[in-house]
Design a protein. Structure first.
Lengths: 363, 189
C-alpha cells in the first residue's frame, strides 16, 4: 500500500506509464547526444537559442566552444567605413529607420507576414586526437504570424556543409565520415502557437503580450529592463539583443518596430561599422555593444529601415578557438519578408546575397 | 564557478570509493565530456518517465532535449548540489512547457477515454473517473500543474521542486496545496 496521499496516488495512476525497459530509447538518445556533443557551433548561445527548438537542432546547437583553424575570409566591419564609428552616426541611422518603420503598412485582416531566416553558421567538431574540424552549415527557417498574433514556423532541412577546401572536407570525412544531418533531419518541422502561448523566441512573451507593449521608447525601454531578469542565462538578456529579437520576429506592429529602433538609437556603445549591400539594397552595418569577446552586428536597409541581416563577430581572439581573431564571423542570418493571404500560402523566397563578412568559407 | 572541493574534477574515485555524486560527475565532465554518460545513465529513465507522464509520445524528444540542454549548461550547475535530479527535472519541465499543446492533447485524450471507461480502482474516498481527473488537471493553472507533476510524478520534495523551478519553497507549498485541493474535490465529487 502506498504511503502517498490518495489524490497524489490517483494522479500517478492516471499519468505515469508502466515501467518498461527503455534501454533502446536510452541508447538512441545517447548516440544522438554523443554524436552531436563534440560538434559545437561557435555562435554565442543567445543566437543558438532559436535552433534549440526541436531535438536535432538542440543537439546541433551545443554550447559555444572550440572552433577549428578555419580559413577566415571575413574581416571586421561591413565595408571599410570605420571612420563613421561614432555613436551619433549610429543614432542617426536608427532614428531614420524608426521613421521609415513607423510608416510601414500594418498587416491587414487575414494577412500573414512570413519571415525567412537564412543562416550560415560555423560548426566545429573535434576528432579523437583533439583536432578541430570545421565547416559552415547553411540553415533556414520561416516564421509566419498574422495580425492577431497567431504564429507558426517551419525549419527547413540543413543545406550542404561548406568546407574550406577539398583537403578540409577529406580530413573531416576521414575523422567522422560524411556529414549527416542529425536524425530526423532532413525534414520540415512545424509548430504552431496561439496568440496566448508564451514564446521562448519572443523573450517568453505571448503574441498578445507583444501587441500590448508600449510604443513609447521610454516606456518600452523600461519594459525591456523589467523583462531582463526573466530571461534565461543563455538567452537574450541585454536590451540590444532583446530589442533585435522583437524586431526580427513576432507580430510586432510598425509603431512598436519604430520604438524598438529608437531604443537601440539611445543605447551607448552602438556605432556604425560600415556599409554593405544586401541583395541590391544599400545597407548600414551597426555594431551593438560588446559582450565578453563578441558582439552582434545588425544590417539596416537604407530603403525602408528594415533589419536585413545580423551576424555574430568575435571582438578578440578566443583562446578556445584556434586560429580565431578579432573580426572573425561566427554566423550570419539574412532576413527575407513577404506578406501572404494565408498561413498555408507558399512563398518562393530568393534569399538576398550579402556582400559583407560571412562565416569563414561560406562563399 | 563554485569551488566546492568535494565536486572538483581532480582526484577521481578509486574502485573502493562510493559512487560519485552527480555534482562531481558534472564537474568532471567539464574536463572529460564522456563523464556525462554516467549522469545520463543515472537519470535517463526517471526523466523520460516523467516526460512520458506529461507529454506522452513526445517523451523521447523531451528527455533528449533535457540532456542536450543539461550538457550545454553544465558549466553553470551549482556544484554544491550533489543530486542533479531536481535540476534535470526542472529543465525537463521547461521543455514540457514548450510542448503545452502535446500535454493538453494527452490530457484531453485521457479525459475522453476516462469518460467512456469508468472509475479507477481506488479505495478512498470514492472511485473517481479518469476523465474527470484528467479534465481537472487540464484546467489547472500551468504553474500549479508543474508543481503537482514534480511532486506526484517525479517524487521531488518541496525544497527540490523549489530548486527545480527557481521559486521559493513557500510558493511551492501554496501552489501544491491549491492543486491538491482541486484534485481532491474532483475525487470526492
Amino acid at each position: 500500500m502506498s504511503s502517498r496521499p490518495y489524490e497524489i496516488e490517483a494522479v500517478r495512476r492516471l499519468l505515469l506509464p508502466a515501467d518498461h525497459d527503455d534501454a533502446a530509447a536510452r541508447e538512441a538518445a545517447w548516440r544522438s547526444l554523443h554524436a552531436a556533443r563534440p560538434r559545437r557551433t561557435a555562435t554565442p548561445a543567445h543566437w543558438s537559442r532559436r535552433l534549440r527548438i526541436g531535438v536535432p537542432l538542440a543537439l546541433a546547437a551545443a554550447a559555444a566552444g572550440v572552433a577549428g583553424p578555419l580559413v577566415v575570409t571575413g574581416g571586421h566591419g561591413g565595408g571599410g567605413l570605420s571612420t563613421l564609428s561614432a555613436q551619433p552616426a549610429a543614432a542617426a541611422v536608427l532614428e531614420r529607420a524608426a521613421e521609415q518603420l513607423r510608416d510601414d503598412r500594418p498587416l491587414g485582416p487575414g494577412e500573414v507576414r512570413v519571415v525567412r531566416v537564412d543562416m550560415r553558421q560555423l560548426v566545429v567538431q573535434e576528432d579523437a586526437a583533439g583536432h578541430a574540424r570545421g565547416f559552415v552549415l547553411p540553415r533556414a527557417w520561416e516564421d509566419r504570424v498574422d495580425r492577431e498574433g497567431r504564429w507558426s514556423w517551419s525549419a527547413h532541412p540543413d543545406g550542404a556543409p561548406v568546407f574550406a577546401s577539398d583537403a578540409a572536407r577529406a580530413a573531416y570525412e576521414a575523422a567522422f565520415g560524411p556529414y549527416e544531418p542529425v536524425s530526423p533531419k532532413p525534414a520540415v518541422m512545424d509548430a504552431t502557437r496561439s496568440a496566448e502561448d508564451p514564446n521562448p523566441d519572443l523573450l517568453g512573451l505571448s503574441s498578445n503580450d507583444v501587441l500590448a507593449l508600449p510604443a513609447d521608447p521610454g516606456q518600452l525601454r523600461a519594459r525591456l529592463e523589467a523583462l531582463r531578469g526573466a530571461q534565461p542565462a543563455d538567452g537574450p538578456n541585454d536590451i540590444a539583443t532583446m530589442a533585435i529579437r522583437l524586431l526580427v520576429m513576432g507580430p510586432t506592429p510598425p509603431a512598436l518596430r519604430a520604438a524598438l529602433a529608437e531604443v537601440l538609437a539611445q543605447l551607448p556603445g552602438v556605432r556604425v561599422a560600415g556599409e554593405e549591400v544586401v541583395g541590391s539594397e544599400l545597407a548600414t552595418t551597426l555594431d551593438l555593444p560588446d559582450h565578453d569577446g563578441w558582439r552582434t552586428q545588425v544590417v539596416i536597409g537604407a530603403r525602408d529601415g528594415r533589419l536585413l541581416a545580423t551576424r555574430t563577430v568575435l571582438t578578440e581572439p578566443d583562446p578556445q578557438i584556434p586560429g580565431s581573431h578579432a573580426g572573425m564571423v561566427l554566423d550570419l542570418q539574412v532576413y527575407s519578408t513577404a506578406i501572404v493571404r494565408s498561413f498555408a500560402a507558399p512563398v518562393a523566397f530568393d534569399p538576398a546575397a550579402v556582400a559583407g563578412p560571412m562565416p569563414p568559407d561560406a562563399r | 564557478m563554485p569551488t566546492d572541493t568535494a565536486a572538483t574534477a581532480a582526484d577521481p574515485p578509486t574502485a573502493a570509493s562510493p559512487p560519485e555524486s552527480d555534482a562531481r560527475l558534472i564537474a568532471r565532465s567539464l574536463e572529460d565530456p564522456d563523464a556525462f554518460r554516467d549522469l545520463f545513465d543515472r537519470h535517463w529513465t526517471r526523466v523520460r518517465r516523467y516526460a512520458a507522464a506529461r507529454v506522452g509520445d513526445a517523451a523521447d524528444d523531451v528527455a533528449s532535449e533535457t540532456f542536450a540542454t543539461a550538457f550545454q549548461c553544465r558549466g553553470r550547475y551549482d556544484l554544491t548540489r550533489a543530486d542533479a535530479a531536481p535540476w534535470l527535472l526542472g529543465i525537463a519541465t521547461n521543455h514540457v512547457r514548450r510542448l503545452r499543446r502535446a500535454e493538453h492533447k494527452r490530457l484531453r485524450a485521457l479525459a475522453a477515454a476516462g469518460a467512456a471507461s469508468g472509475p479507477l480502482q481506488l479505495v478512498e474516498p470514492a472511485p473517481p473517473r479518469d476523465g474527470a481527473l484528467a479534465h481537472a488537471l487540464l484546467q489547472l493553472d500551468r504553474r500549479d500543474r508543474d508543481v503537482l507533476a514534480l511532486f506526484a510524478l517525479a517524487d521531488l520534495s518541496y525544497a527540490e521542486i523549489a530548486a527545480a523551478l527557481g521559486i521559493p519553497e513557500g510558493t511551492v507549498r501554496s501552489r501544491l496545496n491549491r492543486a491538491r485541493r482541486i484534485v481532491k474535490e474532483v475525487l470526492a465529487s
